[in-house]
Design a protein. Structure first.
Length: 121
């Protein structure tokens, strides 16, 4: 019983640490297709070298991960905006946007669980 109680307390403590690691935030950067960006750092727009026009949007619509490039750091976009194969994001690939949501780290990679998107002029 004592081991079980210690396990419960440790689990609760770890949960509190995990929640505290995520902070509400707004980030502004360029929305990118992570798959193509990983292959070639020049692929930050919608048209990708050797891949054709609208590659970024096409990959996003296929459900590939979308990221926010902020000062050389890529935050993978997670959450409700990525539902239905990035239906709310794909038209913004290659554009500068502001995402509101919770930022943190998952598996050693920065993420943003975005709840709102606004295109920046």
């Amino acid at each position: 019983m004592r081991k079980f109680a210690i396990l419960i307390i440790a689990t609760m403590f770890a949960g509190v640490l995990a929640v505290r690691a995520f902070q509400k935030n707004s980030l502004t950067g360029q929305l990118i297709d992570i798959a193509c960006y990983t292959e070639n750092k020049a692929n930050t727009g919608n048209d990708h070298k050797g891949r054709g026009l609208n590659c970024g949007q096409a990959c996003a619509l296929e459900g590939f991960p979308v990221g926010l490039l902020v000062d050389g750091k890529v935050y993978q976009v997670m959450g409700e905006l990525t539902a239905h194969s990035n239906a709310k994001l794909y038209l913004h690939v290659g554009h500068t946007v502001t995402l509101a949501g919770a930022t943190g780290d998952q598996g050693g990679h920065p993420i943003i669980t975005a709840t709102d998107i606004k295109e920046t002029k």
